[in-house]
Design a protein around this ligand. Sequence first.
Ligand SMILES: *[C@@H]1O[C@H](CO)[C@@H](O)[C@H](O)[C@H]1NC(C)=O
Length: 527
Amino acid sequence: MYPRWLLAGCIVLVAQADGEPGHIFVDPHSGHFVDTYGRVRIFHGVNAVLKVPPWLPQTDHFTSDNSLDAKTMDLLQEWGFNVVRLGVMWPGVEPEPGQVDQGYLQRVRYVVDELKKRGIHTLADLHQDLGSRYFCGEGFPEAYVEELLRDPSSQMSQVPRFPHPFPDLPRNESGVPSLQGCLQRLFSEYYSTYQVGALFAELYRSGSRLQDGFLRFWTAISNEFKDDPNLLGYELLNEPSGTCLKAHDAFACRLSGHAMPVEFNNKVEAYYLTPLYQAAARAIRETGAKQVIFYEGTVWPKVGADVFPGPALGAETQQALAYHIYCQPGDGDNWPSGLVCDAAQEIFERTYYPFLHKYQMPGFMTEFGAVGGNKNEMKHITNLLDAADKHFQSWSYWQLKTFRDFTTSNTAEAIFTPDGQVEINKLSALSRTYAPAIAGRPLKMEYDSFKRSFVLDYVATVKEAPTEIYLNEDLHFPGGYSFVAAPPGCLSVRQTRRNWLHLHLAEVKCMGLVMQIRIYPSPQTMV
Ligand SMILES: *[C@@H]1O[C@H](CO)[C@@H](O)[C@H](O)[C@H]1NC(C)=O
């Protein structure tokens, strides 16, 4: 039971213009994302990645599978999402090696600006899967791959042809495998092929044409967005591969062909990814861009090693770890895979959270999900989001719409059904109560999605801007809610618009005290 400092009934309704998202920094002392007021910021949102030309969702009208238009963006805002991880695709930026397409950059800018109007930050993601359509994936401009395939001295020409060690696939006259053939296998298995390994080895080789192009990509993007605080940051490389990198390492390639579910060291991170990321960070900082730089390790969780030997960008304060957590919990009746999924989540969490705590770095779960809507799947993502809250982590669900996603583990991944309806179970799990802005040092944030009760404890240190709480009233509190805050008299509470509460510090003498917020469904609606 709650004590008598009940504040329910005193919530003032005020109309207030939405603020612009504003510049986000890493506070190196706490390892949180903070804004210019010093509030800790937490991001919830979605991925929007179009893996085929024209490399950006269309923006002029609503479609269930392929738009990031005004209506869709309004819904994102209504659902409490404040970030979109946007696939800013390399072939879009650099259609031919050395040529940057300014028109594409302007189309990206339009999306960033439209999101900004709705208080939504953009995280720029150099997205790729397997690098090339020649290898059943996408992400790098094909001209680089064609050059390597033609060059007899390249590692790519010298290793067994894709998809070796898997059986060959039907191809068209240009040698591109048929999509139908590709889809016979889960795309991630193709990372365990020699030519995909050779492609990544080339990306990681300092001075290669491919790496030069990669750096040119980041120069172009950061140069365009360096003065834009609504661009949250730059995620350097989606799901970098550490498999089959060495031509002579046939054993490793064959072994990993059987999809090792864990890794036991961080050598790829130490020897390949760290230098690549440092080079990209130099390119970005040379333009004057100050936003946070996000980077990923290889995809499998690690046992017995840190994800990176240390922060990959060294003394750079504005760096953050991006990570993905996936597992396939199966359907409601399939309990063994549910258990395997719980265990996998545990290993992932032990890979990322101790590392983040050790180095006081912020983390962002930039992908998870790719699930349909069954009970086990909803339980899985809810578990994951509970863990994210516990560690004050930000996240973006994979993904908003299908966007013709051909490299995914699940075609039922979207929040929208093919006929344009919203998957309400999925939305309910994702549109959860949270505090996007905390005016102080967070101690605890917890949302019990079964009881629909919310807990937020923090030490008040900011008085210029409010703590903000998002709660989806239609989905989670259809009969209303009660709001409780302690200590009494410290916070004035305003509902700025439906679903949003702003908690201003009412008394300077409350600075430094622990604020305790509790929200729960109105008693009359509880059965
Ligand atoms: C082979 O397929 C790729 C990818 O769909 C396409 O870009 C290319 O034009 C095709 N080549 C031929 C000769 O049809």
